[in-house]
Ligand binder design. Structure first.
Ligand code: NAD
Length: 498
C-alpha cells in the first residue's frame, strides 16, 4: 500500500502529524494507500523553504525560467502513460480522459514557456519633457495553490506553471483524494532543473488550508474547488492581506434551438454530460430545449445515446466513463437523483444500483436522464457533479437564456444553433463567464483565460493566459528623467505633463 507524504525543499519529507487520509481505488472501493495530513508547523517549514529559494529564483532571468518549463514539458510527455495510469486509478476517469487531463495541464506549461515575452512590460518614451515612463511586472513572493480532486494534473499546472515562470516560489496543496499525480509532477519539475524550494507540495486537509490562508509570508493563493469552500478561502485569505482567486462549482446549461443539428448536438451533449462521470466543472448537466418538437426529438435520441454508454473500470479502454471518486460522492449523487424524482421530474433513465461483476465495491453510477425539470427544483439549483442530465423544456430563446443567466452558478454554457445572429446575441448577453457556440465544453485554450462568474468564482482575475500572469505578478511603474543641472520645478504643484 502506497504512502504519500510531502515534498519540501527538493526532497521527499515524511509527515509528522500522525494523521492520514485514505486513498481509495474507486474501481474497487478498497483503500490503496494513505496520504499524510500536514500540520501548521509542516506548512511553516514549506514556507521557510520557499522563502529561502525566492531571491535566487526571482532573480533568475525569465529565459532560464522558461527553459525549465520546456524541459518539464518534455519530461511529462515522456512519462504521460505512467501519469495517466496513476491518475486513472486514484480518480476513476478513463485512461484516455486522464491523458487529456495531463495534456490540458501541458498546454499551460507551453504557455508559460513564453514568459520572457509575457513579462516584457510597457514603455513610453517622452511622456513629458525628457521624461520616460515604464512598467515592469515583478513576482509576488511565496504563493500557494489549493486544488480539487477532479483535475489532479491540469489544475496544479494552471497555477504552478504560471506562478513559477513569473518568478514566484510555490506551495501546492493537492486534493487529499488523489495526491499521487501532483507529487509526481513536482518531482518531474525538479528533475527539469527547478532549484530546491521553488516548488513544494504539502498534503493535507482543512488544517493545511488554514495554515496557508493565515501565514503572513504567503502573498497570493489560488483555489479551485466547491463554492462554499471557495468563498471561505476567498474571505479568509483576503482578510489576511493576500491576493486570492477562488474558483467554485458550476451548473452549465446547453441550449438547443429548433434549427440546431440535433444529431451532432446529442453526440456533443452525451459526452459533455456523462464524460468523466459528470465530475467536471465544465460538464454540461442541463439541456434546455426550445420548442416541443425539439424537446421530444432530443429526449428520444438522448435516451438511445445514453443507454448505449459503457460504464466500466477506469482502465478499460472500451469504457466511456468510470466510477465516481468516493463512496460519499456516490451517495450524494444518488440522493440528488431521488430528490429529482420526489420533486416531480421524470426520470427516464435510472443509473442507480449499477454493479460491475468482479468490481462490486466500485463507485459506479449508470447514466441518468431527467425530463421536465423546472427552475424551482432544488435538484436543479444545486450542483450534482455526477452522470445526471436534466432536460428542461421552454418555448423561446429568451426563456432559455434566462435560465443560465439567473442561476447561482455562472461557469460555462453552450448554445446549439445554425443561426449566427441568435448565437452572437446569446453570447453577448448571457450572464456566464465562458460560452460555447456549437461547442459543448468551452474550456478556453491555455493562452486565453479560464474563469466563471457569480458563485463559480470569487476574486477578479482568471486562471492562466494573460490574466494568470497579472494574478501572479505585481506591476511597478517608473517615471524617470535625467536632467542636466537645475530644472527649477515648482515643488508645490502637482506635476503635469502638459
Ligand atoms: P472541495 O471543495 O471539496 O476541495 C477542494 C480543496 O479544498 C481540496 O484541496 C480540499 O482539501 C480543500 N478543502 C476541502 N474542505 C475544506 C474545508 N472545509 N476547509 C478548507 N479546505 C477544504 O472540492 P472537490 O470535491 O475536490 O472538487 C469538486 C468541486 O470543484 C466541484 O464543485 C467542481 O465544480 C469544482 N471545480 C471547479 C472548477 C472551476 O474552475 N470553477 C474546476 C474544477 C473543479
Amino acid at each position: 500500500m502506497g504512502e504519500v507524504h510531502h515534498f519540501i525543499n527538493g526532497v521527499a519529507v515524511a509527515g509528522t502529524s500522525g494523521r492520514f487520509g485514505e486513498i481509495f481505488d474507486p474501481n474497487t472501493g478498497k483503500v490503496q494507500g494513505k496520504v499524510a495530513l500536514a500540520t501548521k508547523a509542516e506548512m511553516g517549514a514549506a514556507v521557510d523553504a520557499a522563502s529561502a529559494a525566492l531571491p535566487g529564483w526571482a532573480g533568475t532571468n525569465p529565459q532560464r525560467r522558461a527553459r525549465v518549463m520546456f524541459e518539464f514539458k518534455r519530461l511529462v510527455e515522456a512519462n504521460i502513460d505512467e501519469l495517466a495510469y496513476m491518475l486513472s486509478v486514484e480518480h476513476g476517469k478513463v485512461i484516455a480522459d486522464s491523458k487529456g487531463d495531463v495534456q490540458r495541464g501541458l498546454d499551460v506549461v507551453e504557455f508559460a514557456c513564453g514568459i520572457p515575452h509575457l513579462l516584457k512590460g510597457e514603455y513610453t518614451e517622452g511622456a513629458g519633457p525628457g521624461i520616460d515612463v515604464y512598467s515592469m511586472r515583478q513576482p509576488l513572493g511565496v504563493c500557494a495553490g489549493i486544488t480539487p480532486f477532479n483535475f489532479p494534473a491540469m489544475i496544479p499546472c494552471w497555477m504552478s506553471a504560471v506562478a513559477i515562470a513569473c518568478g514566484n516560489t510555490f506551495i501546492l496543496k493537492p486534493s487529499e483524494k488523489d495526491p499521487s499525480v501532483p507529487m509526481r509532477l513536482a518531482e518531474l519539475m525538479m528533475e527539469a532543473g527547478l532549484p530546491k524550494g521553488v516548488l513544494n507540495v504539502v498534503n493535507g486537509d482543512k488544517e493545511a488550508v488554514d495554515a496557508i490562508l493565515t501565514h503572513p509570508d504567503i502573498k497570493a493563493v489560488s483555489f479551485v474547488g466547491s463554492s462554499d469552500i471557495a468563498q471561505y478561502v476567498y474571505s479568509t485569505g483576503t482578510a489576511h492581506g493576500k491576493r486570492v482567486q477562488a474558483m467554485g462549482g458550476a451548473k452549465n446549461h446547453g441550449i438547443i434551438l429548433p434549427d440546431a443539428n440535433l444529431e451532432q448536438a446529442v453526440k456533443d451533449i452525451v459526452g459533455a454530460a456523462y464524460g468523466s462521470a459528470g465530475e467536471r466543472c465544465m460538464a454540461l448537466p442541463v439541456a434546455v430545449t426550445v420548442g416541443k418538437k425539439t424537446g421530444d426529438e432530443f429526449v428520444e435520441r438522448m435516451i438511445d445515446a445514453a443507454r448505449g454508454l459503457k460504464v466500466g473500470i477506469s482502465t478499460d479502454a472500451d469504457a466511456h466513463y468510470g466510477p465516481v471518486v468516493s463512496a460519499a460522492h456516490k451517495a450524494k449523487v444518488e440522493n440528488y437523483i431521488q430528490m429529482g424524482v420526489d420533486e416531480g421530474a421524470n426520470l427516464l433513465l435510472d443509473g442507480r444500483g449499477l454493479t460491475l461483476q468482479g468490481n462490486e465495491g466500485g463507485y459506479f453510477i449508470g447514466p441518468n436522464l431527467f425530463d421536465n425539470v423546472t427552475a424551482s427544483m432544488q435538484s436543479y439549483k444545486e450542483e450534482i457533479f455526477g452522470p445526471v442530465l436534466q432536460v428542461m423544456r421552454v418555448e423561446t430563446l429568451e426563456e432559455a437564456a434566462a435560465l443560465p443567466s439567473n442561476h447561482q452558478y455562472g461557469n460555462g454554457c453552450a448554445i446549439f444553433t445554425s443561426n449566427g445572429r441568435a448565437a452572437r446575441e446569446f453570447a453577448a448577453q448571457v450572464n456566464v463567464g465562458m460560452v460555447g457556440v456549437n461547442v459543448p465544453i468551452p474550456v478556453p485554450v491555455a493562452y486565453h483565460t479560464f474563469g466563471g462568474w457569480k458563485r463559480s468564482a470569487f476574486g477578479d482575475t482568471n486562471q492562466h493566459g494573460p490574466e494568470g500572469v497579472r494574478f501572479w505578478t505585481k506591476i511597478k511603474t517608473i517615471t524617470q528623467r535625467w536632467p542636466e543641472g537645475d530644472i527649477g520645478d515648482q515643488a508645490f504643484v502637482i506635476p503635469t505633463m502638459g
